[in-house]
Every structure is written in C-alpha cells, then in structure tokens.
Design a protein around this ligand. Sequence first.
Ligand SMILES: [Zn+2]
Length: 61
Amino acid sequence: MTTEFDLGCATCGGALQERSVDAESLGVGGEGTVPVAECPECGDRYVPEQTLHRIGGRKRT
Ligand SMILES: [Zn+2]
C-alpha cells in the first residue's frame, strides 16, 4: 500500500515527515490533533487518507 510518505513531496520531492497538528488548523474542526505528512523543505502538508477517514467520522457542521 502506497502512502503519502512513500510518494514524497509533490512540490519539491522532499521526504515527508509525520507531524501532529491541531485538527482546528486543518479547518476540519474536532478536538485534539491529527497526523499529517509535512515537507520540511517547503512546508507543504499532506493529509494521509487514514486521517481523512478519521476526520470524516468526527466532522460536525
Ligand atoms: Zn516540499
């Protein structure tokens, strides 16, 4: 199974690192933090599919 970490950064090709960010900062609401893949080179962030599923399960409007 291919993950965001295997693909690397789509912008600069850098190796992505896992980080935890506030769910709120992703604009999804919810509580606590969610894991994202962040590029240390250019700062781009990628949300792993598994995180999206988690967000979807907790999203409130
Ligand atoms: Zn990058």
